[in-house]
Unconditional design. Structure first.
Length: 511
């Protein structure tokens, strides 16, 4: 009975208590600050240059303030004086003077301030309020569509990712920096490099001659590793990644859009243990191969590599995951296989070329933001197939598929080319090309370009130096050969790939 009386009392209270309708949400706004900013713009002719990159008409919440700012901006663009009279006349010319409250309101605005000293601070407040309103509008639209059962949820999620990415890109502004602190930073890097007798300022590749040309993979660089199908660009990427993660214990993230994580692990085992890929697939290993696998598997599984095999990865997803990997796992370099399989879903483009351009530009921006190198694999178009001879079959920058923006955004472009694939067995000097591959440095924003010849072991999906008789029990030896090149640059050679496993299967990416 006491419980029943309590329930009756609760129902009575609910019936007798009026609904509180006094609380509601106001959109983020600062109308008083808007008035101060507009007033300051009309009393200081130099104030507009301070806020022009921060404010747009849409930044203002009050519609009449949007019109006034439009008039002030137009006067500045026309290099005309900005004061009470000129703003009033410009609004009259635009037909919006009466809508904003007439000349009286303009006079009131200018009377509110005596100085423009804090206009930049006030402008940034307005920009933050505008961004908050954009996010509210965006989330409200997504929420409404999420309740609509006729809309595909996965498509809506892609739209949400793209929309949020657009908002972040539009509001991402980088301020200028005075030269002094930049020089201090550059000097610190120089002093650190001077202590390294090998001259490596970036992440070592594991190939001595490649490091001589590049000084390692450099922070904030976008590196494109391209080739036609069957040239072995993924195998070369895995050989590079193995050196980075195993031999130098540098954390690396590998985004595999083409292969599943199990397929990638199979290729890694074939690459590392020198076991034919066909045997990895059917499990028909001999005793020596089982012993080799068992001996090195522990080292392989402890390598700091994080694999993500999300199909159709969007640039927004990549950005989110990359930030988390850098923050939580200390990842120092990212590899993506491959660029053309990525998308920018949720954003509207007139063509696939425009979308690829956006992806390329976003990867370069991400490399700069995280201050780490990003290596993205890329396909080439079929133009290579129509050309004759070894020289003609060598890829060119114009062969990059779907977008010239890839070439423009990249700090370095490397091509993987195997003449043997095109039944070219000798070069111009009569050198044997069977089982050989060329790594062509076609663009190098910070150094020389050249062509390096390597041995390609297709059954193991790996690259070695031409002079190596490489096996798990042998010690690495310097080797490699720089062949004559149209690109110029110093002669040199790759060092051998040191033995060692490479995998991250026991510690996959935590997504």
């Amino acid at each position: 009975m006491p419980a029943e009386n309590s329930n009756n009392q609760n129902r009575s209270r609910r019936k007798s208590s009026p609904i509180d309708t006094s609380y509601g949400h106001l959109q983020p706004q600062a109308v008083d600050i808007e008035q101060v900013v507009l007033g300051a713009l009309m009393i200081d002719s130099d104030a507009f240059s301070v806020v022009s990159e921060i404010l747009t008409p849409d930044t203002f919440y009050e519609p009449k303030h949007q019109r006034i700012y439009e008039a002030i901006r137009q006067l500045n663009m026309d290099q005309r004086p900005v004061d009470i009279m000129t703003v009033t006349e410009e609004l009259r010319r635009m037909g919006t003077l009466d809508m904003i409250g007439g000349p009286t309101y303009i006079i009131d605005l200018s009377a509110r301030v005596v100085s423009s000293a804090h206009i930049e601070y006030h402008a940034k407040i307005l920009a933050q309020k505008h961004l908050a309103r954009q996010l509210i509008s965006f989330s409200s639209d997504i929420e409404t569509k999420a309740f609509d059962e006729t809309i595909d949820v996965e498509a809506l999620m892609q739209e949400a990712e793209g929309g949020l990415f657009e908002i972040s890109q539009k509001n991402m502004k980088q301020d200028y920096t005075q030269i002094a602190p930049v020089l201090t930073q550059a000097l610190a890097v120089l002093q650190k490099s001077a202590q390294n007798t090998g001259g490596i300022t970036g992440i070592p590749t594991g190939y001595t001659r490649l490091d001589e040309l590049t000084s390692g993979w450099q922070n904030s660089d976008l590196v494109i590793l391209a080739g036609r199908p069957a040239m072995g660009k993924t195998s070369f990427a895995l050989s590079l990644a193995r050196n980075i993660s195993v031999d130098y214990n540098t954390p690396i993230a590998f985004f595999s859009l083409e292969m599943s994580n199990v397929q990638l692990a199979n290729r890694l085992m074939s690459n590392v243990f020198e076991i034919a890929g066909s045997k990895i697939l059917n499990g028909q290993l001999d005793n020596d191969e089982w012993q080799r696998l068992d001996k090195n598997m522990d080292r392989l599984s402890r390598a700091p590599i994080y694999i993500d095999d999300t199909p159709g990865l969007s640039v927004f997803e990549l950005r989110t995951k990359a930030r988390r990997l850098v923050r939580e796992k200390g990842v120092k370099i990212i590899m993506i296989d491959y660029l053309q399989l990525m998308n920018a879903n949720g954003m509207k483009f007139g063509s696939r070329q425009e979308e690829v351009s956006t992806i390329s530009r976003s990867l370069k921006g991400l490399a700069k933001e995280l201050d780490i190198p990003i290596i993205a694999l890329s396909q080439l178009n079929r133009g290579v197939e129509s050309r004759e001879g070894n020289e003609g079959k060598r890829p060119q920058l114009s062969d990059l598929r779907e977008s010239g923006a890839i070439e423009q955004d990249a700090d370095m472009v490397l091509f993987v080319h195997r003449p043997e694939y095109y039944r070219i067995y000798e070069d111009e000097k009569g050198n044997d090309l069977r089982g050989m591959a060329e790594i062509i440095i076609a663009k190098h924003r910070k150094g020389a370009t050249d062509i390096v010849r390597l041995k390609f072991l297709g059954q193991f999906t790996r690259f070695d130096n031409p002079s190596d008789n490489f096996s798990q029990n042998s010690s690495p030896a310097d080797g490699g050969e720089i062949i004559d090149s149209n690109f110029g640059g110093p002669a040199g050679a790759f060092d051998s790939l040191p033995p060692g496993p490479f995998d991250g299967g026991n510690d996959p990416m935590p997504f």
